[in-house]
Design a protein around this ligand. Structure first.
Ligand code: ADP
Ligand code: MG
Length: 372
C-alpha cells in the first residue's frame, strides 16, 4: 500500500489573498486542509477564510520564508511574483509549481516565444523597445495593432490599440516607458479558453471549453456547454504547450478565433482563471478543487462532469450595485461576492453563475436595464 504523503490537517500556503486565493482556500478547507495566506493587504478577501495570515509584500523573501515555515506546500494565486525571489524558497520547501513557469509567463515576450516554439499558433508579433522597432513592427504587421506592455498588464491594462498614424505619438510615448509587444489585432469571431489541472505525477484533466465575451477588455460573460466544436483543437494546442512549459496545478489557456475560423493562443494563466469560476456550481469538481488536489499530489478525476449548461457573469463595482438590488428575488443566481473593502468601477467584486438547461437567463435582462 502506498500512503499519501499529504495528510488531513496539513497546511497549504498561498501567495496572494485575492478572490482566487480565497476560493482556493475554501476548497482546501472543505477537504480538511489548513490554509495560510500571504498578502500585503490586511483586508484582502482570503484573509478571512484562512487559518493564518502573513502580512507581507509578495516579493519579500522574509515574508515568503515565514509562509514556508508554517506551510507543508506552497502555491500561488497569480503569476506576478518575482521568479528570482520564489526560486529562493524552492530549494528548501515544497513548491511543486516551481519558479520557472511564472518567470516565463509574467513576461509577455518570453510567454509568446515559449508558446510559438512549442508549435502552437500565436498571432504575429514583434518585440518593441525603441521607436525604430515600433516603425518596423507597424510596417510589417499593418494597422490595426495592439501594443501591450511586456510586464504587469491585466484586464486590458497596459494596452494601446493603434488603428492609424493618429495614435503614433501616444505609442512613441509608451515605448519610452516600457518594453512592449506589438501584436496584429485580429478580427475576432469568438474568444474561448480551456482550463486544465495537472498534478505532480503528470496526470492531467480538462474542463469543458469556455466561450468568453469581454467588455472593455474585461471578461464580462463565460458560457459553457458539454460539447464544443473547438475542444479537440484547443486540447491539441495545450498539449504542445505543456511539452515546453512545466505546469502543476490549475492553468488556463486563452484563445482567439478569427473570422476565418483560425485558432490562435492568446495567453496562459498558470493558476485558476476567471473563466473557470462556473465550475464551482456547474461541475463535479471546481477548478479550485483540482488545483488543490494537483499541488498536494493526489490523484485527479479522470474527467470533469458539467452538470448543466452554465453562464457566469462578472460583477464589477458598478454591477454589484445592480445585483444587490435584485438578488433577494433570484435564488437561481449563484452569487459570489469576494469581500473586497473598496467597491470601485471596473474592479472585480464578485460573480454570478446560472445553470441554464431549459431555463432562461434572468440576470442579463436586468443587467441591461440597469446599465441603460
Ligand atoms: P489581459 O492580460 O489584459 O487579459 P489580453 O492579451 O488577454 O490581456 O487582452 C485582453 C483582451 O483584449 C482579449 O481578451 C481580447 O478581447 C482583446 N485583444 C487582445 N489582443 C488582441 C488581438 N491581438 N486581437 C484582437 N483582440 C485582442
Ligand atoms: Mg487575457
Amino acid at each position: 500500500m502506498t500512503l499519501n504523503k499529504f495528510k488531513i490537517g496539513q497546511s497549504i500556503g498561498i501567495i496572494g489573498g485575492g478572490q482566487l486565493g480565497k476560493m482556493m482556500a475554501q476548497s482546501a478547507q472543505r477537504m480538511g486542509f489548513k490554509v495560510n495566506i500571504l498578502d500585503p493587504d490586511p483586508t484582502c478577501p482570503a484573509r478571512f477564510v484562512a487559518h493564518q495570515f502573513i502580512e507581507s509584500p509578495y516579493n519579500d523573501l522574509k515574508g515568503l520564508k515565514a509562509l514556508s515555515n508554517v506551510s507543508d506546500v506552497i502555491t500561488y494565486e497569480f503569476e506576478n511574483i518575482n521568479a528570482e525571489t520564489l526560486k529562493e524558497i524552492c530549494s528548501e520547501n515544497n513548491v511543486p509549481q516551481g519558479y520557472e513557469t511564472v518567470g516565463i509567463l509574467q513576461n509577455r515576450l518570453s510567454e509568446k516565444e515559449a508558446i510559438a516554439s512549442s508549435g502552437a499558433k500565436v498571432v504575429p508579433y514583434y518585440k518593441v523597445d525603441s521607436k525604430a522597432s515600433l516603425d518596423i513592427a507597424i510596417a510589417d504587421l499593418d494597422y490595426p495593432i495592439v501594443l501591450k506592455t511586456v510586464f504587469g498588464g491585466y484586464d486590458g491594462k497596459g494596452q494601446l490599440v493603434l488603428k492609424s498614424d493618429a495614435e503614433l505619438d501616444e505609442a512613441y510615448k509608451m515605448v519610452e516607458d516600457a518594453v512592449l509587444v506589438a501584436e496584429k489585432m485580429i478580427e475576432l469571431d469568438r474568444e474561448i479558453s480551456i482550463t486544465a489541472s495537472r498534478n505532480i505525477q503528470g496526470e492531467i484533466v480538462y474542463f469543458p471549453v469556455q466561450e468568453n465575451i469581454h467588455r472593455n477588455q474585461i471578461l464580462f460573460k463565460t458560457t459553457v456547454e458539454k460539447e464544443h466544436a473547438y475542444k479537440d483543437a484547443a486540447v491539441a494546442e495545450v498539449e504542445k504547450i505543456i511539452s515546453k512549459i512545466h505546469f502543476v496545478g490549475t492553468f488556463t489557456v486563452e484563445f482567439f478565433i478569427d473570422k476565418t475560423g483560425e485558432l490562435y493562443v492568446n495567453e496562459i494563466a498558470p493558476r485558476p482563471h476567471n473563466s473557470g469560476h462556473y465550475s464551482i456550481e456547474a461541475c463535479d469538481y471546481s477548478q479550485f478543487d483540482t488545483h488543490i488536489l494537483s499541488v498536494i499530489g493526489y490523484t485527479l478525476p479522470k474527467q470533469i462532469r458539467l452538470h448543466e449548461k452554465a453562464v457566469m457573469y462578472n460583477l464589477l463595482g458598478q454591477d454589484l450595485d445592480a445585483m444587490e438590488h435584485y438578488f433577494h428575488n433570484h435564488p437561481e443566481w449563484h452569487v459570489h461576492v469576494y469581500g473586497k473593502e473598496v467597491r470601485k468601477e471596473n474592479r472585480k467584486m464578485g460573480h454570478i453563475t446560472l445553470l441554464l438547461d431549459d431555463k432562461e437567463d434572468t440576470y442579463y435582462p436586468i443587467y441591461e436595464e440597469m446599465m441603460s
